[in-house]
Structure formats: structure tokens, C-alpha cells
Design a protein around this ligand. Structure first.
Ligand code: SD4
Length: 291
């Protein structure tokens, strides 16, 4: 069995490309990198790669991560600027023995040395969004931050090799240097080929409080179906955040186990995600919070 699951409708074309590899007995690492690059390269997605919305200083700072569920190779970059495909830098870092998570200038130095493509990731469209937001914040006294959609994926190949990966520009108008859950193992993603993998999208500051991707994999390891594991972990963190802090940020999770069974859960009104397996062509689903 092979399969892929990914957050948000924007992942459809990428998942389709990734599945073309998996169908031909391709590797889960290559499939997930191909799929995420497709999303990073598309200029009209406002939250990932090229065209991503900037921080409060009008700079596009990107976070990405890659994990191999068999070897536990793990690589991530955070707050990296001016490189076309942060996912590929993260995957390259996963092959290093140490220095697996690099931020800002250090990540850029590494990427430059390794010959990754440099690119100005701030598009004219993103600049217009930024300027309109600054105006709204000044005139309407709105909070500067607004929602953002990370692409997070889990892939399974026919050799029962699993991978997980994420890529995001983080929160629109975030502070320079702010890092969310997406490049943090256990929070934005986690995968173990002997069990399954999970990935998150939503408010990084809250997702990190539950190490929620790890928690879902742990629950699957105890025998839960991915659907039950996602619902259990999301409901628990949502309730705990409300109990302790009065409210919970957006939490949306996807998961797949090493048999290709999958699940998802969210505490928001409309969360879309994409699934493809040997038995199911790439399909977009929409779910809503449990009442
Ligand atoms: C972050 N989790 O940087 C990301 C943003 C996101 O849907 O996924 N929003 O906090």
C-alpha cells in the first residue's frame, strides 16, 4: 500500500505529482519533496514559499521541515529568506549528523554553500496584501496577525517507508524571527514508519503546547486508528487550552498509518485536506469542528 495525506486544498497538485512517483514504486522521501516543492513554487498560495505573506518588516521568512520515519533523519530551517525551496534545504540538512535545525542567516549560509537556488520570495501581490493590512491595522485598530495555512504532509511508499514534511511562511505580520510549530519535530510533524505520521496546521503557538503531532503518532502506536487518534488529540488539546487559558487557537491535524489508513480532526469551521492512496485518486475533503 502507498499513500499521501496533506493539509489544505492547495496541496492537490503537489500530492498528484507525488503519487505519480509512489505509483511507480517511488520513494516516500522523493514523493513528499516533489509534492511540497509544487506548493512552494506556486505564486498564488499566500502562505507557503514564493508568494508567501511577509512578516511585520515586509520580509518573507520561511520555515520548513523534513523527517524520515525509518532512519529518524530530521532536518529543518526556520526564518530563512531568499531561497526558492526551503523543503529541499531541510531535506539536505536531515542528512547531516549534527546542525539539523538551522535558522536565519545560518540556514541561508548553508543553503548558499550547498548551491540551492536563490530567489526573492516577496511578490508584488504579497506586497499589496502587506500594505493593505498595515492600513487596516492603523485605521481599524485590528490586530496585525491573521491566519495562515501551512502545507503539512505524510507519505507512505510501497516499501513501508514513511516521511513527513512541512513548509510555511508562518503567520502574516509575525515578528521578525518568530518561529511556529512547522519546523519543530513533534509539534508541526512527526513520523515513525513502524507506526505512522501526522502533521499540523493552525496557530503554531498553541499547536506547540500539545506536541500534538507526536501525540497522534503515540496514540496510533497504542493501537488507535488515525481518525480516533486525531480526534482524541485535537479535542484534548482544545479543551486544555480553553480550561487553562480561556481560548484555543486554530488546530487542524492530519495523519496516516503505515497501512495507508488515515484520519483528520480540527477545531475550526472549515478545514480542507487532500488524501490519495493506492485505492483512492487524490481527493479533497472538507471537515468542520465536532460540536
Ligand atoms: C505557524 N502553523 O507558523 C503555522 C501557520 C499555519 O494555518 O499553519 N496556519 O504557526
Amino acid at each position: 500500500m502507498w499513500g499521501m495525506i496533506a493539509t489544505w486544498r492547495m496541496a492537490l497538485e503537489g500530492v498528484t505529482k507525488g503519487c505519480d512517483l509512489l505509483k511507480e514504486n517511488g520513494d516516500a522521501g522523493d514523493a513528499i519533496e516533489t509534492a511540497i516543492k509544487e506548493v512552494e513554487d506556486f505564486p498564488f498560495y499566500k502562505s507557503v514559499g514564493y508568494g508567501g505573506l511577509p512578516n511585520e518588516e515586509m520580509e518573507v521568512e520561511l520555515d520548513a521541515a523534513y523527517m524520515d520515519g525509518t532512519t529518524f533523519d530530521l532536518g529543518a530551517v526556520a526564518a530563512v529568506k531568499d531561497f526558492a525551496n526551503p523543503i529541499s534545504i531541510a531535506r539536505r540538512l536531515s542528512k547531516e549528523k549534527v546542525n539539523n535545525l538551522l535558522v536565519g542567516e545560518g540556514a541561508e549560509k548553508f543553503a548558499h554553500k550547498e548551491g540551492f537556488e536563490r530567489k526573492n520570495m516577496l511578490t508584488d501581490r504579497a506586497k499589496i496584501h502587506y500594505k493593505n493590512r498595515v492600513k487596516e491595522v492603523q485605521e481599524l485598530e485590528l490586530k496585525p496577525y491573521s491566519g495562515h495555512d501551512t502545507v503539512g504532509m505524510v507519505a507512505l511508499d510501497s516499501n513501508v517507508h514513511m516521511t513527513a514534511a512541512t513548509s510555511t511562511s508562518g503567520l502574516f505580520m509575525k515578528k521578525k524571527g518568530r518561529v511556529g510549530d512547522s519546523p519543530i519535530s513533534g509539534s508541526g510533524f512527526y513520523v515513525d514508519s513502524e507506526i505512522g505520521g501526522a502533521s499540523a496546521t493552525g496557530l503554531g503557538e498553541d499547536l506547540m503546547k500539545g506536541c500534538i503531532s507526536y501525540e497522534i503518532v503515540r496514540l496510533m502506536g497504542e493501537g488507535m486508528h488515525p481518525q480516533e487518534a486525531c480526534e482524541t488529540a485535537v479535542n484534548k488539546l482544545d479543551k486544555e487550552l480553553i480550561r487553562r487559558r480561556g481560548k484555543a487557537g486554530d488546530l487542524s491535524l492530519i495523519a496516516m498509518n503505515n497501512k495507508g489508513e488515515w484520519g483528520c480532526a480540527t477545531n475550526i469551521e472549515g478545514f480542507s485536506f487532500v488524501v490519495a492512496t493506492e485505492k483512492e485518486a487524490p481527493t479533497v475533503y472538507l471537515v468542520t469542528r465536532d460540536e
